[in-house]
Design a protein around this ligand. Structure first.
Ligand code: 5GP
Length: 114
């Protein structure tokens, strides 16, 4: 059996985190190294390593993640302006290989992103 991901251990409360949202599909908690006043990670309970590994059968789950990300931003008071980021692969900055959506809010964002 493969080892649990870091985020599965957070989901199972084996590692402490500040959980700010939960539903049957996913969980959201504050990033340990926040890059904005709001920096949460929305993580599916299913440990898909990265978005490129999602299958057609995961289409609904991917939609649930975006809906949850919007709810988190709204609940935290950033409904009008927030940024969602998914890093796919180490070359794009992914460091934890359990799919997650970064929800960032509360500061100005540049385009193109860094
Ligand atoms: P990635 O670089 O894979 O897109 O994002 C991983 C994120 O997970 C990073 O922003 C990093 O700060 C965050 N992170 C890594 N380890 C932990 C942890 O143990 N707890 C929390 N809350 N966030 C973590």
């Amino acid at each position: 059996m493969s080892e649990k991901t870091l985020f599965s251990r957070i989901i199972d409360r084996e590692i402490p985190s500040e959980i700010i949202y939960e539903d049957e599909h996913c969980i959201a908690f504050r990033d340990i190294s926040p890059q904005a006043p709001l920096h949460a990670l929305v993580v599916p309970r299913k440990p898909i390593p990265k978005v490129a590994d999602a299958a057609a059968a995961d289409a609904g789950l991917l939609g649930q993640l975006l809906l949850a990300a919007g709810k988190v931003a709204e609940q935290q008071g950033y409904a009008d302006a927030y940024r969602l980021v998914i890093n796919n692969g180490s070359g794009a900055g992914q460091t934890v290989f359990h799919l997650h959506v970064h929800v960032l809010g509360g500061r100005a964002f540049k385009w193109p992103p860094g």
